[in-house]
Design a protein around this ligand. Structure first.
Ligand code: NAD
Length: 481
């Protein structure tokens, strides 16, 4: 069995000082496929010190050269694409097609920030025209410094790309901590760092859990900024830790996103986009559009179209091309979702499709794709992030009611609007409070567009120029002409 007992620190594989071990599962086989160290705060000290030593030279290199390394990351991921797809299927339970999309998203992100790094050079030292005042003011962008990057288990290579690529482009040096649930895919990033000759200490990768690595990394006084993706509970702990020493944070947290079907939508077409927004990755998506808000006149047609599509979903081996949906990533996650299904039963919710409607594969942490209709807005299933294949629907009679209900959430990560008229969809989209609004499409995530949430869904933005800004300090040099 594979044993992940080494961290990648200062360009070398170094034995972990941790004494606890955590099992890593294949959620389809329900088998332990590896053991990973839980890490130790002393490992964090070593990694942060290495990142600190590497910082001046990495910053001095300039954006063009840093961009070449990011292109090399993209090339190396492309060469390993097939192997990494299979690893994501094995460790995450993702089906092949979805793991392929993840890989391509990650590669596109490294490519995009390679370009952004190069463009940064031209932005350095631009003057602000203050001739009238007899003053010269030039603007520079310095790296934020040593950054701690913490990722969850649902999209490992993607969430790390969204942090690592802009951080390195900006000239920061990084300590990356993948989720202990899925440590295998991101392990490749350290291997690639060696392969492409990335200077030692620029990327350090620490395996471990929250106790062994995550909390000590966020509390470390020599970490200038922490970028965290994960749950609200842990995100708030990260923020508290960063308040010691007044250090910066970026947070990408949970969601309970709406999908609004307006009265002029085509129910069959709408059903395709609704399916993609909730059952992708077995519903373990931060931006899952898990609240369906549908015009009353269309509701029956939309539920019928969804029911037939749910029945057609093939649950099975993630590595089988025929499978549409794999198991949940962990037994723990399956149990967490099941707790919501029990609440649904207590609340007497009306199921269009639930676990009673299909036989699940005999092995694997599977859950049936579930759909409830006419869910009251007071239900816990309507209000809380479930992070599984559970869709709740609610009918409305007016557009104003749809908008009000869509916005009546603690979260604001994403939303989708479906209408027969794209301009109508866009007008409604402008009134929704969320970071990403899609209209008449599945969830299109592009490196050029920002990612992040309003309200409790987070602080700051990833991707696009905003994702780079998160790792830059703005500096002006001002004096007489
Ligand atoms: P989690 O919060 O349990 O863990 C996330 C990471 O934090 C892991 O690497 C974990 O080891 C680490 N961690 C745990 N305790 C820590 C501590 N005290 N200090 C520092 N780090 C600690 O989340 P998860 O279960 O891995 O992921 C699911 C959550 O992530 C969901 O709520 C989902 O919505 C959210 N998510 C958000 C986005 C987004 O872009 N907004 C993307 C993906 C996932």
């Amino acid at each position: 069995m594979q044993r992940l007992d080494h961290h990648y620190i200062d360009g070398r594989w170094v034995a972990s000082r941790g004494t606890r071990w955590l099992p890593v599962f294949n959620p389809f086989r329900e088998q332990v496929i590896a053991e990973v160290t839980a890490g130790d705060p002393a490992d964090v000290d070593d990694a942060v010190a290495a990142a600190r030593r590497a910082l001046p030279a990495w910053q001095a290199l300039g954006g063009a050269e840093r961009g070449q390394y990011l292109d090399a990351f993209a090339d190396a991921l492309t060469r390993r694409r097939e192997a990494l797809i299979r690893l994501s299927c094995t460790n995450n339970g993702k089906v092949l097609a979805e793991a392929g999309i993840d890989l391509d998203d990650a590669i596109a992100c490294y490519r995009y920030y390679a370009g952004q790094a190069q463009a940064l050079d031209a932005r350095q030292g631009q003057s602000v025209a203050l001739e009238m005042q007899g003053v010269e003011a030039r603007c520079y962008f310095d790296p934020a410094g040593v950054v701690g990057l913490i990722t969850p288990w649902n999209f490992p290579l993607v969430t790390s790309a969204w942090k690592l690529a802009p951080a390195l482009a900006a000239g920061c040096t990084a300590v990356l901590k993948p989720s202990e649930v899925t440590p295998l895919p991101e392990q490749a990033l350290a291997e690639i760092a060696t392969e492409i000759g990335l200077p030692a200490g620029v990327l350090n990768l620490l395996h471990g859990d929250g106790e062994g690595i995550g909390a000590p990394l966020t509390a470390h006084r020599d970490v200038d900024k922490v970028s965290f993706t994960g749950s609200n509970r842990v995100g708030e702990a990260v923020m508290r830790a960063a308040s010691e020493g007044s250090r910066g944070v970026s947070l990408e947290l949970g969601g309970k996103s709406p999908i609004v079907v307006l009265d002029d939508a085509d129910p069959e077409q709408a059903a395709d986009w609704i399916m993609a927004g909730i059952y992708f990755n077995a519903g373990q998506i931060c931006s899952a559009t898990s609240r369906l808000i549908v015009d009353t006149g269309l509701a029956d047609a939309v539920y019928a179209a969804l029911a037939s599509r749910i029945d057609a979903l093939r649950l099975g081996d993630p590595l089988d091309e025929a499978s549409d949906m794999g198991p949940l990533t962990s037994e723990r996650q399956r149990e967490a979702v099941k707790a919501y299904l029990a609440i649904a039963e207590q609340e007497g919710l009306s199921a269009v499709r639930d676990g009673g409607d299909r036989r699940l594969p005999e092995q694997g942490y599977f859950l049936a794709p579930t759909l409830y209709r006419d869910v009251p807005a007071t239900s816990r299933l309507w209000q809380e992030e479930i992070f599984g294949p559970v869709l709740c629907g609610h009918s409305v009679t007016t557009e104003a009611e749809a908008i009000e209900l869509a916005n009546a959430s603690d979260f604001g990560l994403a939303a989708t609007v479906i209408s027969g008229d794209p301009d109508h969809a866009k007008r409604v989209g402008r009134q929704l409070r969320a970071g990403s609004i899609w209209y008449n499409s599945e969830q299109l995530v592009l490196p050029q567009t920002g990612w992040g949430g309003f309200k409790r869904s987070g602080i700051g933005r990833e991707l696009g120029p905003w994702g780079l800004s998160a790792y830059l300090e703005v500096k002006h040099i001002v004096g007489p002409l």
